[in-house]
Design a protein. Structure first.
Length: 397
């Protein structure tokens, strides 16, 4: 159950942005009007006080005295006290009027700021509405669609482009998973069909001499199915990630794998240097086994396989054999894909290099492949070297 069934701008980001815009306006306008009113009040009081002090008091001139001196701009005759009192109260009256007008203006502009802030927030968040609607519309059947947000380059277009890149990766992953399931079903169906045919045909004649080849066919198909299931489980484990990472001395493991691999008429040589890498010993052993078995199986009679390991963690496996088209090398790392022009046998399930790629990625290693000029393939795995342990430490089983 999703938390939000549809895009709801009210009560969420749009409301908060509107309140933020309005609050900022109220704070700044209130501070501005307060400062202006206080300065105006101070100026009025100072001006009125200086003028009233220059007015001659009414009725205080001595008899026979001449006219009192007056300040420039002051009246030439005495001013009544009520006039002086009225002028003294002028700043307060102006201030009250100013505060009243300011309050009315702030109230009106607050309403305007709410409306303008709501509209502006909607304009700013409209790309998010488009992104959200597209995300709700997408499913496994229309992963090919993209947001494709137009407009100037900003944070929202960057967000939309990031979603588009994620959708592209997700689409490739789903397509790869669909192909994997289809190929796995096909590979599992083949040995089961052989078993069923052997049982149906071979057991029609229950004579002992007919049961022997039937048994051999069933055992062969059973072993192939078992190897395929083991490979699928190992591929799933490699894609999930190693169970535990520890320093592993790789060079003795390489030599051990070379000694245990059946050469099948192929000359295998090794040139290794001491190096320690961080990884899962079991998965690293399977990576080396698959690389060597692949190099031996997909070779020519009397061919060679050379295994090299440098002190910088670069593992190279190079074999002879038929030429491999450079444009088809990427297919070798896809599950259940075989290049029949290279194969000597059909015993493999097409998962060897897929498992190698998954194990390499789980160990943050780079796996590359290139065809040899005279035929065959060169696979290179670049492991990050473990700097916290000296060569000759923990050895992988």
């Amino acid at each position: 159950m999703t938390r939000h069934a549809a895009w709801k701008p009210s009560g969420t980001v749009r409301t908060r942005l509107t309140l933020l815009y309005t609050g900022l306006f109220l704070v700044t306008s209130t501070i501005l009007l307060t400062v202006v009113n206080l300065l105006l009040t101070s100026a009025l009081e100072s001006r009125v006080s200086s003028i009233t002090e220059d007015f001659p008091p009414f009725g205080e001139l001595p008899p026979g005295a001449g006219p009192a001196p007056r300040a420039p701009g002051a009246p030439d005759r005495p001013v009544r006290p009520e006039v002086v009192d009225a002028m003294s109260g002028l700043p307060g009256a102006v201030l009250r009027y100013q505060w009243t007008v300011s309050a009315i203006v702030i109230a009106v502009l607050t309403v305007v700021s709410v409306v303008a802030g709501w509209w502006l927030a909607g304009r700013v968040l409209s790309p998010l509405r488009h992104i959200t609607a597209t995300a709700h519309r997408l499913s496994l059947s229309n992963l090919h669609e993209r947001i494709a947000l137009a407009g100037p380059r900003d944070e929202l277009t960057d967000l939309a482009d990031t979603f588009d890149a994620m959708l592209e990766r997700l689409e490739r992953s789903v397509d790869s998973q669909r192909r994997f399931i289809a190929n796995a079903a096909h590979e599992l169906r083949t040995p089961l069909s052989v078993q069923r045919a052997a049982i149906q045909i071979g057991l029609d004649d229950p004579l002992p001499d007919r049961l022997i080849p039937v048994r051999e066919k069933l055992l062969t198909a059973n072993r192939r199915t078992e190897r395929l299931i083991d490979s699928l489980l190992l591929l799933a484990q490699a894609e999930h990630g190693p169970g535990g990472m520890e320093p592993v001395t790789l060079d003795p493991l390489v030599r051990q794998t070379v000694e245990e691999t059946a050469a099948d008429g192929v000359v295998v040589t090794a040139d290794t240097r001491p190096v320690v890498v961080e990884g899962d010993p079991v998965l690293l052993g399977r990576l080396l086994t698959n690389l060597l078995q692949n190099a031996v199986r997909y070779n020519r009679p009397g061919g060679t396989v050379h295994v090299g390991l440098t002190a910088t963690g670069v593992l190279t496996v190079r074999n002879t054999g038929p030429e491999v088209p450079a444009e088809r090398i990427a297919e070798l790392f896809q599950p259940f894909r075989r290049l029949h022009s290279r194969t000597r046998t059909a015993d493999g399930a097409g998962l060897g290099l897929s498992i190698v790629l998954s194990i390499a990625r789980a160990h943050r290693a780079d796996l590359t492949a290139r065809p040899n000029p005279g035929g065959g393939l060169e696979l290179t795995v670049r492991f990050p070297v473990h700097t916290g342990a000296e060569p000759g430490g923990r050895r992988a089983p």
